[in-house]
Ligand binder design. Structure first.
Ligand SMILES: Nc1ncnc2c1ncn2[C@@H]1O[C@H](COP(=O)(O)OP(=O)(O)OP(=O)(O)O)[C@@H](O)[C@H]1O
Length: 254
């Protein structure tokens, strides 16, 4: 069955003055997948994401999101996507429950805060302020806010940066649950292990260009069948596995 495309990026270019941050990028995101934009710092991931989100102007190229062009239908796109807010957007005097009420109101819809908080295991923090949350809780709350308008697609920009191993793994499970419930997820990361376990397909971006797009398994199989061998025998577990085994997999940030 042919996969349905929900995002099409065609020949995207973004220049900041003389500097070309994005150089002729093209890719598609399929409905219902977790799609990863991978690359080192400065590769152009955030710039690409913000242009798709209609938050930043492009220099040239074409983009469609759920059938709408960023050039002519930015408002329709905004209604269909969920974007993580920067921390500064969370009014300091409101608690989590009040913030969800506020954001629902801005979207013109009614959402029960407890229902949203339950999706991200934060019901016991309903009366807490954002600044009182741990790093993992903050990420979960901001993911909850992306879901308020029942979006078709959510965008997560490096959602696990700075989190401990338990919080990261649990956030991966949460993101997979969101995909399994029918929402397409676009994520940026520079953690390759994260992309390998989380993403259905990845695009590697380097120096403002796409240097490869495929599933993690296909990428690895192709590399291995080309004769590539790791210099050392791969260990069957790593130190992070040992740590998780010793300390358990529960949320540690409650
Ligand atoms: N507003 C801006 N003005 C000028 N240059 C910018 C601007 N925003 C980003 N850049 C530059 O564009 C390049 C791509 O930045 P971008 O933030 O998209 O990269 P990234 O892949 O998301 O990296 P990171 O992982 O560090 O966030 C970088 O060299 C950055 O310095």
């Amino acid at each position: 069955m042919k996969k349905q495309s929900v995002i099409t990026v065609k020949n995207l270019v973004k220049n900041y003055g003389d500097f070309a941050a994005v150089k002729d990028i093209s890719f598609e995101v399929y409905e219902g997948e977790i799609f990863g934009l991978l690359g080192p710092n400065g590769a152009g991931k955030t710039t690409t994401l913000e242009i798709i989100e209609t938050l930043r102007d492009k220099t040239s190229g074409e983009i469609w999101v759920d059938g709408f062009s960023v050039d002519t239908d930015a408002d329709s796109i905004k209604q269909r996507i969920g974007v993580q807010l920067q921390a500064a957007g969370y009014y300091p005097n409101l608690n989590l429950s009040e913030l969800i009420d506020l954001f629902s109101g801005l979207y013109g819809i009614t959402k029960t805060p407890m229902e949203m908080l339950q999706k991200v295991a934060l019901t016991d923090k309903a009366k807490a302020k954002y600044k009182q949350l741990s790093g993992g809780q903050k990420q979960r709350f901001s993911i909850a806010t992306t879901l308020i308008n029942n979006p078709r697609i959510i965008f997560l920009d490096e959602p696990t940066t700075g989190l401990d191993p338990q919080a990261r793994r649990n956030l991966w499970d949460l993101i997979k649950e969101i995909r399994d419930a029918g929402t397409t997820v676009v994520i940026t990361t520079h953690y390759m292990d994260e992309a390998e376990v989380l993403c259905d397909r990845v695009a590697f971006i380097d120096g403002g260009k796409v240097v490869g797009i495929d599933t993690p398994d296909n990428f690895i199989d192709k590399l291995v069948s080309s004769g590539f061998e790791r210099p050392k025998q791969v260990k069957l577990a790593n130190l992070e596995d040992v740590f998780i085994n010793l300390t358990g997999k529960n949320w540690r940030d409650e």
